[in-house]
Structure formats: structure tokens, C-alpha cells
Design a protein around this ligand. Structure first.
Ligand SMILES: NC(=O)C1=CN([C@@H]2O[C@H](COP(=O)(O)OP(=O)(O)OC[C@H]3O[C@@H](n4cnc5c(N)ncnc54)[C@H](OP(=O)(O)O)[C@@H]3O)[C@@H](O)[C@H]2O)C=CC1
Ligand SMILES: Nc1c(N[C@@H]2O[C@H](COP(=O)(O)O)[C@@H](O)[C@H]2O)[nH]c(=O)[nH]c1=O
Length: 592
């Protein structure tokens, strides 16, 4: 696997000689490259705008710049299933989009089948598009670039059509902002960050095991942000026994990561903060057969227990990759940290160093035994940053280079050209879950608005099927709190937020859920899906194109709408889609 390795320290902004260009034009080109690079870096910066607020997703930012180079509009993707960055940016730029250049940190995903990002750029009259990176996911790679070029737009991809030192630096900012997605595409595991707080003498706890606190409050607040940027936080069994941690993100209203405990023995306390799942769930990963009776105790508290034949960090990471996770934060002690580093699953390290000395021959250190005997064997961190946080020093850097997927992963079309027997989309079972998956548009989180009638026959617009479905739980309940809840769900910025509000209200206030909900929820979902797949022709076509295949919502934790982890789920979403498909096929003029 080709890998990009970056020089130490932060991105530097120096210029550089442009290649491929005649010397007479060099000065001009350098100026153009500097402008292109600056706008691309801004697009990458924008792309990071939702970090900590929404669950990790591919990060897209877009800058529209006029002929003179002035910024006319900007946008970024807020959450999975919200308006694409490109649509927001051209909306913001208005008429200034005409003949302007659009800067995108990454090729649009357009995973919803409607090419909304591409259409927005074309319809707005954009003349040139500069793209930082091709999309790393195979089924999306190259599609938008081809579509834009076929519409007559000039598309310049960094590293392909534009080459110079300054362009390479700008490209690097695009790699960094989507490091989780790139790792996912290249190595089939989520992006993992190891974070720890240590004293100046390299201890993560006193020899008694007491560790609260090493780093300052300012640093710990920073950790909440890191948690908010992650799909889940992981610790080992010993940290649960010793610290009884909560592992929540408490920086105010941001995204809450799941909590994962890795424990071989399952010798864990019966009472622990992590077993309180009122705000967020916990998953315990353990060795197959470990303490079955305790597994039942955990299950009775609503904790999901996942058994592994071999409980090691790599197997666990592969498993969470399959569950769609992009980014994980390891907050374990040195024992599990060493196992994770040895298995090659840690990509980045955040070390908070506090100006304290605790001493202690047996006090634990951040990384246990790695089997190295000479300093020459040590791992050198790449792209190291130093930052003062309150009284502490935060040292961060990459343990592994971000993989360069450019030459490695062919697009779907290229794969077909290389080997026509490979048909990546064809399968008797089509699974969908995250909106960026090949059939992600089937997800209720896809950003397709629907118009649904209320009890009086008045039509209202809902941002997604998920918004509508969650709100229906509380519709018609004679209580102002329930009515507020409907409004809050309706105005939620993303389907994920709508789901979070709906589920948490249902859990905390079951009395506010309409009494007939269990009897009507399938019908509610059916009506919403019927609207979605009737009003969007490309979605209808996508659904019909799956004729003959079984559709499964690959949600591992929703055993009603999803297929479950081992196929134990009822897959009602898949069933309703198949039912709709057959109804649409029955209505189609070509059907016999
Ligand atoms: N300052 C800081 O940033 C932090 C400090 N700490 C401190 O560190 C100390 C705990 O450190 P440590 O014992 O290293 O805790 P860990 O969090 O590393 O837990 C180790 C445990 O992880 C579980 N485990 C599961 N799979 C594996 C595997 N493949 N390899 C290794 N372990 C596995 C085992 O649990 P089981 O025994 O249940 O099978 C093992 O005992 C405490 O004093 C705590 O306060 C902890 C985290 C951060
Ligand atoms: N001691 C220590 C940390 N310890 C980590 O934080 C966890 C406690 O999280 P919570 O219960 O949510 O506050 C604990 O189990 C361990 O993983 N972290 C830090 O930033 N600084 C510190 O000094």
C-alpha cells in the first residue's frame, strides 16, 4: 500500500515551483496556484466545521470564488443527511456563482443518487471546479468529476491537474480533514486516536492506581471535544474497575460517542457509570463464553455484549468498521494501549503532559510492553504538533502515515474494465446503512424531504423520513411537552438529531408517546417511504434496479427496523422497501 508520509511539524505555507508549466508563465501560475491553494485550504478548514457536534461523517467544505479570487460563498456538510456543502455554498453566493470557481476539499459523494452537489454547481453556472481529493470510497470515486466534465466544466484535481509544492501542501490539508474516511477506505478499520494524560515523569496514575486528575480542567474540556469527534470511546476492563469512568462528552450539546469496554475476563463491577445508558449506549466486547451469567446481568441493564473468538484490538476494530464507525478514541491504560499499538490499529496520538511529578517505581505509564529493546526501534511520530493547553502541553502526531488511496483503489468503472467479472453492485442481498454506502439513499437518514398530510389534510414538509417518523411518536398527544417535542424534531438540523431527540424522549418519557404507536408505526413508516420513493424519480429508479435482491437495513442494534448483527433483526425497513418495490413494479407500464 502506498503511503503518504509528511514532514514533521505543521503544514507550512511556502510557495514552490510549479511543474508541467512553461517558464514564461511560471510567475502567473505560481500566483494562481497560491490562490487555488488558499481556497482549497479554506474548503478543508470549513469541512471540519461540524466536528464535535455531529457524529463523524465524510467532511465536505466548499468555497465559491469569483474571477477576481474574492470569496462569494461558503458551505460545509453539517451532518450525515443534511444539505451538501456545494448546495449551501452556491446558495450563499447567489448570482456571484456565475462563471465562478468552486473549491472542494473532496470530490462530492453524491451517494443519494440525485447528484445534488453536481447539479447545484452546474445550475449555478460555475465555470471551473478545483478538487482537493478524489473521493476515497470506491463506489463514489471519479463519478462526480466525470459528471462535471461531461457538463463542460473545467475540473482540476490537486496532484493530477495541478502540481507544485504549495498545491501539495493544500492537498495535505484535504487528507488530514478526511483522515478517518481515507483510513476506512484503505485499511478497512476505523481511524483510531490514542489519548492519555501523563505527568512530566511519564506516569498515567500514581502507584496506587489513582489518576484523578493529572491534566488540568482546560485539558479535560479539550478531551470532551475529542470525544465529541468520535463514534466511540474505548477503555479496557481495568480502567472500568479502577476509575469507574463516564466517558461522556460534556462540552455542551455536542455529539455523544458510544462507550466500548474491552474485557477478556468480564470481571467487571455490577454497578458502574458505564452501565447507565440514559444518555448514550455502552457496548462490552469480550471473549466468547466469558462469564455468561454476567453477560445476562449486563443485557438486563441494556448493555450490548459482543463476543469475539479472539478478543484483540484488530478483530474489534474490523468489527466496528463493519458497523460503519469512522473514528474511535482510545482512553485506556497502558496495557490495552500497547496491545492496540502492536496490532497496528492506532493512527494518531494525543498526549497531554502535565507539569507534575508523581514518581513511583510501579506507577503505570501510557504504553505497556511493546517488546522493543533498542531506541532505534521506537516509533517516530509524523506531523507532530505542540500546543499549550492551560498549564499542560499537548503533543499530538500521527503514528502511521495517512494512506494515499489515489493510485490504489480503482473506481467501480475502472474495476469493471480491469476485470469484467467483478460486478460490485450485484448481489442477492443488498445491505444499506450509512448514507455514504452504495445504497445509502435507502436509509431514512438520506436528505430527501417529504411532504406529508396531517390529520386535517394540511401538508407539511419534513426534512427526511427520519424526521417525520420520530415526530409521529408524539403527534396528537394532549400535552404541551409532547407538542414541543414534535416541533423540536421537525426543526432538528439533521436526521441524526431528529432520531436522538425522538429516541431519548421516548426512553425518558414513555407516557408522552401516543398510545397507539406500536400498532401504527409500520403504517407511518410505509406512508413516509411511499412518498419518498414516489416523488424522487432517481430514488424510484434505484429501488426498481434492485428487483430480485433482498434488501436489508444493516443496522446492528435496531432489531426491529434493521437486520441485526447476525441476521436476528426483523428488518422491517428492508421489508417495506421490498413491498414498495413490488407495488411500483406492478404499476409500471412494462410489467406484465
Ligand atoms: N491518565 C490517563 O490518561 C489514564 C489513566 N488510566 C489509569 O491506568 C490504570 C489502568 O491501566 P491498565 O491496567 O493498563 O488499563 P487498561 O484500560 O489498559 O485495561 C487493561 C484491560 O483491558 C482488557 N483487555 C481486553 N483485551 C485486551 C487485550 N487484547 N490486551 C490487553 N488488555 C485487554 C483486559 O481487561 P480484563 O482484565 O477485564 O479482561 C485488561 O486487563 C488505572 O490506574 C487508570 O486510572 C487509564 C486510562 C487513562
Ligand atoms: N486521569 C485522566 C484521564 N483519564 C481518563 O478519563 C477517564 C475518566 O473520564 P470521565 O469519567 O468521563 O471524566 C478515565 O477513565 C481515563 O480513561 N483523562 C484526562 O484527560 N486527564 C486525566 O488526568
Amino acid at each position: 500500500m502506498a503511503a503518504l508520509s509528511f514532514p514533521p511539524m505543521r503544514v507550512c505555507c511556502g510557495g514552490g515551483a510549479a511543474t508541467h508549466n512553461s517558464s514564461s508563465n511560471n510567475n502567473n501560475l505560481l500566483g494562481n496556484h497560491a490562490l487555488d491553494a488558499a481556497h482549497i485550504r479554506r474548503a478543508a478548514e470549513l469541512a471540519d466545521g461540524s466536528a464535535g457536534f455531529t457524529s463523524p461523517h465524510p467532511n465536505f467544505g466548499c468555497v465559491i470564488a469569483s474571477k477576481t479570487g474574492k470569496v462569494a460563498g461558503e458551505g460545509f456538510l453539517y451532518a450525515q443527511g443534511t444539505k451538501p456543502a456545494e448546495v449551501l455554498a452556491v446558495d450563499a453566493a447567489g448570482d456571484f456563482s456565475r462563471r465562478a470557481t468552486a473549491y472542494l476539499n473532496m470530490e462530492p459523494g453524491d451517494c443519494h443518487g440525485d447528484h445534488s452537489a453536481v447539479s447545484a454547481l452546474v445550475q449555478a453556472g460555475i465555470e471551473r471546479v478545483v478538487i482537493g481529493l478524489r473521493h476515497p470510497l470506491q463506489h463514489l470515486r471519479g463519478n462526480a468529476i466525470r459528471a462535471l466534465r461531461s457538463q463542460g466544466l473545467q475540473v482540476d484535481v490537486l496532484g493530477e491537474d495541478l502540481n507544485s509544492k504549495i498545491i501539495e501542501e493544500a492537498r495535505k490539508s484535504c487528507l488530514l480533514v478526511n483522515a478517518p474516511l481515507i483510513c476506512r477506505a484503505a485499511s478497512q478499520i476505523p481511524f483510531s486516536v490514542l489519548k492519555y494524560a501523563m505527568t512530566l515523569d511519564g506516569k498515567i496514575a500514581a502507584s496506587s492506581g489513582h489518576a484523578a486528575w493529572i491534566s488540568s480542567r482546560t485539558s479535560r474540556n479539550r478531551v470532551f471535544e475529542l470525544r465529541g469527534r468520535s463514534d466511540a470511546v474505548i477503555v479496557g476492563g481495568n480502567t472500568v474497575r479502577r476509575d469507574n469512568p463516564r466517558l461522556t462528552a460534556r462540552h455542551g450539546g455536542g455529539h455523544m460517542p458510544m462507550r466500548i469496554v474491552m474485557s477478556q475476563t468480564l470481571d467487571l463491577p455490577e454497578e458502574a457509570h458505564l452501565w447507565d445508558t440514559s444518555d448514550v449506549s455502552t457496548i462490552v466486547a469480550t471473549q466468547r463464553g466469558a462469564r455468561r451469567h454476567f453477560q445476562k446481568v449486563l443485557a438486563s441493564k441494556g448493555i450490548e455484549v459482543v463476543e469475539f473468538d479472539i478478543l484483540n484490538p484488530r478483530e474489534v476494530m474490523e468489527y466496528f468498521h463493519n458497523r460503519g464507525y469512522l473514528s474511535l478514541l482510545w482512553e485506556c491504560g497502558g496495557t490495552l494501549a500497547a496491545a492496540a499499538i502492536s496490532s497496528g490499529v492506532i493512527h494518531k496520538v494525543f498526549a497531554f503532559v502535565a507539569p507534575k511529578i508523581i514518581g513511583g517505581k510501579n506507577a503505570p505509564s501510557p504504553v505497556g510492553e511493546l517488546g522493543m529493546v533498542e531506541m532505534t526501534q521506537a516509533f517516530d511520530l509524523i506531523d507532530v504538533c505542540y500546543e499549550q493547553v492551560g498549564p499542560d502541553m499537548l503533543v499530538s502526531g500521527f503514528l502511521q502515515p495517512i494512506p494515499d488511496v489515489t493510485p490504489v483503489i480503482p473506481s467501480v468503472d475502472e474495476t469493471f474494465e480491469i476485470d469484467p467479472t467483478v460486478t460490485p453492485y450485484e448481489s442477492r442481498i443488498i445491505s444499506f446503512y450509512k448514507t455514504w454506502d452504495p445504497y445509502g439513499a435507502f436509509s431514512n437518514f438520506s436528505p430527501h424531504q417529504i411532504k406529508m398530510p396531517d390529520d386535517n389534510g394540511d401538508y407539511a414538509t419534513w426534512l427526511s423520513v427520519e424526521h417525520y417518523y420520530q415526530a409521529q411518536k408524539f403527534v396528537g398527544v394532549d400535552d404541551p411537552v409532547a407538542q414541543d417535542c414534535v416541533e423540536n424534531i421537525k426543526s432538528a438540523k439533521s436526521p441524526e438529531e431528529a432520531a436522538r431527540i425522538g429516541r431519548s424522549m421516548q426512553r425518558k418519557h414513555p407516557d408522552l408517546v401516543r398510545s397507539d404507536w406500536e400498532g401504527v408505526k409500520i403504517e407511518v413508516m410505509y406512508r413516509a417511504l411511499k412518498c419518498k420513493f414516489s416523488i424522487y424519480p432517481h430514488l424510484n429508479a434505484m429501488l426498481l434496479s434492485t428487483a430480485g435482491s433482498v434488501l436489508v437495513e444493516a443496522s446492528p442494534h435496531d432489531l426491529f427496523w434493521g437486520g441485526g448483527r447476525d441476521g436476528e433483526g426483523l428488518n422491517y425497513l428492508g421489508r417495506l422497501l421490498m413491498q414498495l418495490r413490488s407495488e411500483f413494479l406492478g404499476e409500471s407500464p412494462t410489467s406484465g
